[in-house]
Write a protein that binds this ligand. Sequence first.
Ligand code: PCA
Length: 213
Amino acid sequence: MKVLITGFDPFGGEKINPSFEAVRRLEDVIAGAEIVKLEIPTVFNKSIMELEKAIIKENPDIVICVGQAGGRFDLTIERVSINVDDARIPDNEGNQFIDKAIFEGGENAYFSNLPIKAMVEEIRKGGIPASLSNSAGTFVCNHIMYGLLHLIHTKYPAVRGTFIHVPFIPAQVMSKANTPYMELEKITQGLTLAIKAAVENKEDIKAVLGTIC
Ligand code: PCA
């Protein structure tokens, strides 16, 4: 089995992006699966193009894209992506799309086809905070997740995929008051456990991980 895992380059004035810092520290084999790591740009459209190039080259069974969610305290496995770009800040090439469809005529939303609840539970069993998220936002992370799931639905039906958001690491919050963070080692461990659960579970588990509001 082969897993393609991506992280983003730094954006929004940050010097590092913990998503790729954690991805590049992953072992090359996890739960018997080969791990292929890739950095993609925090840029609308170009990120999807680079992801598809890698899918064609590597022919992975599983694709997991990872991004920074500054302000979240835990690892969040994303359930759903929506067909809209609505950027609060420009991407790394100055694009700031407002209420623009990612794929004109595409489905309104796609759900992940990976065992997302099993992934959350596996990370928690390892003593690392994690939860299920029902929104990846409306910036480049939702964009890449929608792009990934659109590619899966339209061209690569054998692939399974999702998106994981990770918190800031300590170096990023030195002068940000009351801002959650997680050690890079913990983020890397959490991603390892998420990959393990994705590789080992064909079906998702029934677990109470919903939210009230
Ligand atoms: N996080 C951003 C885009 C790149 C990243 O790492 C987001 O959550 O949309």
